[in-house]
Ligand binder design. Structure first.
Ligand SMILES: CCN(CC)CCN(C[C@]12C[C@](c3ccc(C(F)(F)F)cc3)(C1)C2)C(=O)Cn1c(SCc2ccc(F)cc2)nc(=O)c2c1C=CC2
Length: 406
């Protein structure tokens, strides 16, 4: 990678043997329904094009709200900086896999949304996983949308002639934006309510995938060219993991606690604040904490350590030279100095960092989902055995003799 010209920016293509397809699913016309982007192994295809990384400009508006910057100005900047990037996957490409695919449900961070972790999700799909990247409707996403049927009165107000009242015409696309903390509002009740809703949304996404896998007809209210019936019997529903970044890492832990079908969890730079203390003793599945060097702090690590267990595998590694944004796709999309200025990049090459994170994740998933692949070649990464990895954490002042294995 070192010899690539610096202006060649973009989300790194997946490294696994399969080409990757992606499509969107929305269960119904409510904010309570499941909404996710699906990444999956697909047939090599020239004709399918790669979808836009940010599906519509409302997402940039939401991002501006989240970052407390002016919408008009930032929309132009975001469009200029990020408007043309494509996802390393083929839109609605036909599904193809030999054998049943293990499943990962992915949960985005605060202020993010379903498309921003494509380097991670596409890599897993290229290695044979079916990945559903959920878009949460708990108002923690920068933006998300849903449809609702227009009421008679709304219909009446619309100027168009009655004759055009097709199914689509009486649907209104409703945008839900990031909910900022009100002045004087305490954060924990909001985040604790949100983490529970987020876990339920991960479980609901799994329920929809289960229904799709069974071949029972499933409604997708989005007009896509993807044939969902091709996913019948495609998933190994004994091999399901839940994964997430930051707030999504806490969501993964909450989801493990609520749903035993999730056999293990991977928490990328988890933000432990939203979780109740009583969740910790109730999680029985293995968890892998993959942390950045700059984001973590002692209090957050100490909460992760509450999950430490002599009988259930809990592992933790820290990637040297990484920041919180080393996991979402933004880290690949700006030059070095803008990236470092906006804390989107750390010292380490972003592709090296995400490669370590992805390989360590694959090795952990093989171990705890019982996969018959060759991801065990990266087992040493789970123990932090690499020049760019620290076993456990750098965020505590303890000396190495006292540090536990996690
Ligand atoms: C002032 C705002 N204040 C809001 C509460 C803090 C804002 N903030 C730091 C930011 C996100 C930042 C960001 C994004 C995107 C560009 C861009 F320019 F590239 F678009 C730049 C700069 C602004 C780095 C975080 O919240 C960090 N964070 C995140 S960031 C997840 C995310 C969000 C948007 C994305 F586009 C990509 C990824 N997810 C979490 O679950 C948690 C935290 C903190 C605790 C829990």
């Amino acid at each position: 990678m070192g010899n690539r010209s610096s202006n060649h920016l973009g989300i790194p293509p997946p490294k696994g043997p399969s080409a990757v397809g992606c499509t969107d699913f929305m269960m119904d016309h409510t904010a309570q329904g499941s909404f996710f982007r699906l990444y999956y192994p697909c047939q090599e295809t020239e004709k399918a094009e790669k979808p836009d990384w940010v599906p519509s400009r409302e997402y940039f508006n939401g991002l501006a709200d989240f970052m407390k910057i002016n919408r008009t100005l930032s929309e132009r900047i975001f469009n200029y900086l990020f408007g043309s990037f494509k996802i390393p996957a083929y839109l609605d490409a036909p599904f193809k896999s030999n054998g049943k695919c293990p499943v990962v449900i992915f949960s985005h961070g605060l202020g993010a949304f379903r498309t921003l972790y494509s380097a991670i999700c596409a890599e897993l799909a290229s290695q044979g996983f079916i990945v559903a990247s959920v878009e949460h409707r708990d108002q923690s996403a920068s933006a998300t949308y849903y449809f609702h049927e227009k009421t008679e009165s709304e219909q009446a107000r619309k100027s168009a002639p009655k004759t055009s009242a097709s199914a689509q015409d009486n649907l209104v696309k409703e945008w839900m934006y990031y909910r900022t903390l009100q002045r004087g509002e305490s954060e924990f009740p909001l985040r604790n309510t949100q983490v529970k809703q987020r876990a339920d949304e991960c479980i609901l996404a799994l329920d929809k995938l289960t229904q799709i896998n069974s071949g029972r007809p499933v409604q997708n209210v989005l007009q896509t060219q993807f044939d969902w019936t091709t996913l019948e019997n495609s998933m190994d529903l004994c091999r399901i993991a839940v994964m997430g970044h930051s707030f999504g890492g806490a969501t993964a832990i909450e989801a493990l606690c609520k749903e035993v079908k999730f056999k293990c969890g991977v928490a990328l730079d988890a933000w432990m604040f939203p979780l109740d203390d009583e969740v910790f003793p109730r999680v029985k599945q293995p968890i892998f904490f993959i942390n950045s060097e700059k984001f973590q702090w002692a209090g957050n690590i100490i909460r992760m350590r509450k999950l430490d267990s002599a009988v259930i595998q809990r592992k933790m590694i820290t990637i040297r030279g990484t920041v919180h944004q080393s996991f979402p796709d933004f880290t690949f999309l700006t030059g070095n100095w803008i990236g470092k200025l906006m804390k989107l990049k750390g010292e380490i090459d972003p592709e090296v960092a995400i490669d370590l994170s992805n390989k360590a994740t694959l090795a952990f998933l093989q171990r705890h989902l019982g996969l018959e692949k060759n991801f065990n070649q990266w087992n040493r990464l789970i123990d932090g055995e690499d020049d760019d990895l620290i076993p456990g954490t750098n965020a505590l002042k303890e000396n190495r003799l006292l540090s536990t294995h996690m």
